[in-house]
Ligand binder design. Sequence first.
Ligand SMILES: [Zn+2]
Length: 284
Amino acid sequence: MKSATDLLITRTYTEIWERGEEYAKSGRVRIASSNEREVEAFVKGTELYKVKLKFSGAGISKNCNCPYSHGASAKHSPCKHMIAVAILWDESKGIEPPSKDEIEFETIPPPLVTRSQYVALFKSPLKADLELLRIAAEEIGSWSRPHSRLPNMPKFSSNENEPLSIKEIRKSFREIASWTNRRRYDYYFCAGEMVAAFCEVMRLVKKRLRVSSPLETAEIIREAQKFHYELVMGLIDDSDGLHEFTEAHLEDVYNHLKKMPVEDVEKDALARKLKEFENHRNDY
Ligand SMILES: [Zn+2]
């Protein structure tokens, strides 16, 4: 015999499944009509919702007039009302409900990144866990599409005793830009990884600042500023506002550079270079 719960379980979020079970147990469901093929029922939630389930081909068609089912977040995934009805419909045909283990293994687990973790990333971009930033778009969104997994960062020395060079930074930015040529590069879903790679480089720039020439570093942050604009305006879809991370990291290096001890003869040249950076802060 066909089982509605079997067909729905792998498409349902764990939390939704558990709430559907509670609804089934607490007498909120009234089955209006049912046979082997279809069921129509009313479920008492915030309001009274009408649920229809019907086997069709190898699958099941489903309908509920609750807000969850009509929101963007649940395009293809069942609501708790449907689950409650499916459980009771199965039961009326003598089909056992799924066990605790089956529920744990077959339902869709909660996202690895929650929305509140994501919001927290934006509150302190300099301390942000870049790994969360890399996966946030697909974990939080209600949809995704196949896309490349990019490297964590380009080739760039992490040796704190190695002075920075403009040549090395240019090379690392060219490498990041080249990732957009990958076959499944996605302007939206790879954006977090692109931005994270930039931030990784800037974090290393800051670490190597101590042994570097202030003048060369000033040139480097101007170069980084140019690449940051190229990145957020041309290489990614920045609709989530990820430029806040690249900007925070740029400003951080700038602030550290400003505090560096400088030889008198270099003071003017450094001030000019820093001015250039300041003048291009709003190049959008
Ligand atoms: Zn519903």
